[in-house]
Design a protein around this ligand. Structure first.
Ligand code: MN
Length: 281
């Protein structure tokens, strides 16, 4: 059944994630397009930070979890673990999953359209070699998803590689560092958490220790500061300096200009600017 695994893994009385409308999926599948299908990437801080890469196909979102996120450098192959199909409604989801499967914070990191560069997408998926173009805010141009055939330990047949093809949209800039925030709200993880209850994980944090645990510590502290308007305890000075380095431009250009620099085109600049205005009225 469509979305069966997605539904099995979740308790929809406990998660704000969409429950997945099977009829909607079936109707959308009937109107299947062959170009400019929906795609998105959700940055997901759970037990580990990862980027969920999703391509609309036959009414659902085919999904891969990419631990390090997409790279614009064609020399860099990013591991992408195939996960269960997600409902099309998931494509605009951003928010906090308090507990259960995927507990943590979900940010809509990029979205746009994708177009297959093959005639038969189903055959390409079966073969494990899908070439396509993306037209998002951050990711553009030609890409490929290739199944590794179990060459990566622990992956089995779920392990694929996401690779950028050489074109005008390729480059060495680390796009995850360069444009870290949401294309929906403009916010970072702390701002998304501050929209809800930053105290949600008083007892059971989705990750303790390690990189993800440290990220949660900083994010929860900042979210509580934003929510209450006061600092809780000693500010993490070193962390702040690091975060500033990662997100602040060298010159005092706004985020819009930075994303547009990557995007290289006036069209993308306009689109991004419009989006930013829409997100921050
Ligand atoms: Mn995820």
């Amino acid at each position: 059944m469509v979305l069966e695994k997605y539904k099995q893994k979740r308790n929809f009385t406990a998660t704000p994630e969409p429950s997945g409308d099977v009829k909607l999926a079936e109707e959308r599948a009937k109107k299947q397009q062959t170009a400019k299908l929906f795609f998105c990437v959700q940055k997901h801080l759970a037990s580990h930070l990862h980027y969920d890469f999703r391509l609309e196909w036959k009414g659902v979102l085919l999904s891969w979890a990419v631990p390090k996120g997409p790279s614009l450098d064609p020399k860099v192959k990013r591991l992408a673990m195939k996960v269960e199909d997600h409902p099309i409604e998931y494509g605009t989801f951003e928010g906090v999953i308090p507990s259960g499967y995927g507990a943590g914070i979900v940010m809509l990191w990029d979205q746009g359209t994708w177009t297959p560069q093959v005639d038969d997408v189903d055959a390409a998926l079966k073969k494990g070699d899908l070439k396509f173009t993306l037209d998002g805010y951050k990711l553009k141009g030609s890409w490929v998803l290739v199944r590794t055939g179990g060459r990566y330990p622990g992956g089995g047949d779920r392990s694929w590689l996401l690779i950028k093809h050489k074109d005008e949209w390729a480059g060495e800039v680390d796009i995850t560092e360069f444009a870290p925030n949401s294309v929906k709200s403009g916010g970072d993880f702390a701002e998304i958490l501050a929209q809800e209850n930053p105290d949600v994980w008083q007892s059971h944090r989705p990750a303790k220790g390690g990189d993800a645990g440290a990220m949660f510590d900083r994010i929860i502290e900042r979210a509580i500061e934003m929510k209450t308007g006061k600092k809780s305890g000693t500010p993490p000075v070193a962390t702040r300096a690091k975060a500033t380095k990662a997100t602040a431009p060298k010159t005092a250009k706004p985020t819009t200009a930075r994303v547009a620099t990557t995007a290289k085109s006036a069209g993308a600049k306009k689109k991004t600017a419009a989006k930013t205005r829409a997100a921050k009225p």
